[in-house]
Structures are given as structure tokens and as C-alpha cells.
Design a protein around this ligand. Sequence first.
Ligand code: ZN
Length: 195
Amino acid sequence: MYLNKDIVKEGNQILKNKSAMVSMPLSSADLNCLKGLYEYVVISSVDELVKQYDIRPGVGIAAPQVGVNKRMFAMNAVDFLDEKESHYLFAIINPIITYKSKELTYLPGGEGCLSVDRSTNGLVTPRHYAITAKCSIYDFNTNKIKTVTLKLEGYPAIVFQHEFDHLDGILFTDKMYHPNDLDKNIFPLYEETEE
Ligand code: ZN
């Protein structure tokens, strides 16, 4: 399992490389890496475990962030804008985005990343509101891989695009804007409310 010390930080060339496709069947090294990524996002969602392992919690983590330039990532996003609070927990291999909506959106508070420790001061990263992606998914319950087509929108789509960008050597900080400088038809995913 990966801990804080294993996370590659902004400035490291590994995060800028374009990652290679993962060969199938998975090598044991690739499977171990994917398992570690998956465990990281699962543990991140349990407060006691976050304390126990002393990790910085994250809803997504990509292989380059642990020093492996392979096209794999794990995400564990709860869609907080969905009444059902649908859960998007996946260990993803070789994703291909086959559709991107013209509609763009952004997280009003800006994005965060395990590899970026600085504050991004209200800058935001535009993302496609909806995407479709073809990918292989590793099911850690059955230890089987299946090929799926994921249709995502809103928050889970943003998380997916953030992780996908890591595979192409792109950080969210590479495409940040002040909300006032964005095209008028790019809308925040939700209105921020004052607590
Ligand atoms: Zn990231």
C-alpha cells in the first residue's frame, strides 16, 4: 500500500511524461501498483484509516503519482450532487475517452491533487461536463478484468478527467484560470454557499 512518502510531487519529470499502455494480461508488478492505488482511494474514504495510516486523503490517484508511468488510475468519488449519492469506485486500466460534451464546467473551489501541495488561490480548471470512456476495470472482489464503457457526468466526470490527464503528463495546475477570465458559457458545477 502507498503512503505519503510514496507520492511523487509537482516538479518531478515523472508527472510530465506520457505514460505507456498497460500490457495484458497484467504483470504482477502492474497489478500490485493498481492494487496499491485502489487501496489508497478506499482508505482515503474512511476517516479512522486516514488517521491510522497518516495519509492525505484523495478521491483519485494515478500510477505516475507513485512513480509508475503506466496508464492506470483509481478513483473513489461520491457524487454529492446526486440525491442517491452514487458511488464511483474503479480501478481503471488503459482508458480511452470516446466522447466529451461541448458543455464545460469547473469545481468552484478549484481542484486538489496529492502531487500538488501549494494553494491554488481560487483558480479553477475547466472540464467537460460529461464524458464517455472505454476502459478495462479490475474487479478486486473477483480478481477479474472487464471492459466497460463508462458514461460519467458532473463530479465523477471531473475526477476521471483529472486522473486521465495524469496519464498524459498534465496536472490540473497546467490549465488553471481565474473564473472571471473564462468564457461566459462555462459554468461552475455548483454554487458555493457560505457556511
Ligand atoms: Zn492529481
